[in-house]
Design a protein around this ligand. Structure first.
Ligand code: HEC
Length: 172
């Protein structure tokens, strides 16, 4: 390895670790195991995947508002698949090892939420959901992404006359 490549590799790893420790400092859960970085893949459509993650996160939040854990688990599953893809593709964004960072910052909160969903633990799901959104924002802030913070969906403005909220579409 040439010296400048070594310096780049070191700065990339330092960046991943500092972002990961930032996430751990806001997480109530124990630190996740550190996985080996996957090989990088250029031209990965990260922006599309992120926008999809965002839409799914909002739908998941709405499903939790409606106490519909089956639907929440469906959206969680979709988010999990995208997170895994980002990790497996070893996504690099502007020299930042986003794929590796996602294995440290995004997959663990998704795993905690999955466990709460499996136990039909609604308060746990709500807690883990907020932690998940915090992880989104921690990575964005750490990397310097200029995007408004990811927040839970606003409360539904109107409900149907019988007080039962309309079922959300399972499409995303
Ligand atoms: C490991 C780091 C990381 C995590 C975790 C992460 N993101 Fe991102 N996010 C990025 C990067 C890098 C970009 C910039 C992508 C680009 O512009 O190509 C981005 C951009 C975005 C954008 C803006 C996309 C656009 O159109 O410019 C949204 C929305 C977004 N992320 C949502 C989320 C949500 C929701 C989560 C959590 C469920 C999340 N992100 C978690 C790294 C992360």
């Amino acid at each position: 390895m040439k010296p400048n490549l070594i310096a780049l590799a070191l700065s990339v790893i330092a960046c991943a670790l500092s972002a990961a420790s930032l996430w751990r400092s806001v997480s109530p859960h124990p630190a996740p195991a550190i996985a080996a970085p996957a090989p990088a893949e250029p031209d990965y459509p990260l922006e599309d995947k992120m926008n999809r993650l965002h839409r799914l996160a909002l739908k998941l939040g709405r499903a939790l508002d409606q106490e519909n854990l089956t639907l929440a688990a469906f959206y969680h599953h979709e988010m999990d698949a995208i997170a895994e893809e980002i990790v497996v593709h070893g996504v690099i964004h502007e020299d930042k090892p986003v794929g590796y960072m996602a294995s440290l910052m995004l997959q663990p909160p998704l795993a905690y939420l999955e466990s709460s969903l499996e136990h039909s633990d609604l308060p746990g799901c709500r807690r883990d959901y907020l932690q998940l959104l915090k992880a989104c924002n921690t990575c964005h802030t750490g990397i310097g992404i200029i995007h408004p913070p990811i927040v839970p969906p606003p409360p539904l403005e109107s409900e149907s006359p019988d007080g039962v909220p309309p079922p959300p579409s399972p499409r995303s």
